[in-house]
Design a protein around this ligand. Sequence first.
Ligand code: 5GP
Length: 193
Amino acid sequence: MQEGKIVIFSAPSGTGKTTLVQWLLTQGLNLGFSVSATSRPPRNTEVDGKDYFFLTPADFRQKIEANAFLEWEEVYTDKFYGTLRSEVERMMADGRNVLLDIDVKGGLNIKQQYGSKALAVFIKPPSIDVLCQRLEKRGTESADVIRERLEKASFELSFAPKFDAVIVNDDLETAKQNCLEEVRSFISTDPND
Ligand code: 5GP
C-alpha cells in the first residue's frame, strides 16, 4: 500500500479556504481532514473533535511539552493552534491523503518537514478590500478581531511565493476547479519519479 500524502491549504482569514477545503473532501480524492487542536473557544456551530479539538491553554501547553504537535503557532494573541502528529501519521499510515487547513507559517513548516510528500497551496483573496468585506459579512468576529486579521493578512500575503501553488479565490467555482486540478495531479504523481 502506498503511504498517503499531505495537502496543505493556507490563506489569510476570510479568503474562503475552509469552503474550498470542505468541498475538496467530497471529491473522491481519498482525503482525510486533519483536525487541529486550538486554545480558542468554539464558535456557535463548531463541534469538538470535528472542527477542532478545543483545549484549555494549560492542556495545549502540556501537548507541546509531550511533543504531540508536528507544528504549532500562536496564530493570534493568546490563541494557539497545532497540527496533531497522531492525526496526520494515523491517516498516512492507512494510505489516506491528509488535508491540512492551517496558517501560513504552519503550512510552510509542514512543507519543509515533508518535502515532495507535501503540496502547499496558498489561497489568495482578490484584494485586501474584498477580504475586509467578506470578514464583515461573515459576522463571526468583532471589529477588533477583524482589524487584527486584516493586519495579519497583509503580512501573510508576502509568503505566497514560497508555496507550491497559488490560487486566487475570486470566483468560487473557478477556484474549486483549480484546487481540484492541483490536488488531483499531485496525488496521482509518484514522489519517487
Ligand atoms: P480560525 O480561528 O478562523 O478557525 O483559524 C485561524 C487560523 O488558524 C486559520 O488560518 C487556520 O487555518 C489556522 N489554523 C488552524 N489549525 C491550525 C494548526 O493546526 N496550525 C496552524 N499553524 N494554524 C492553524
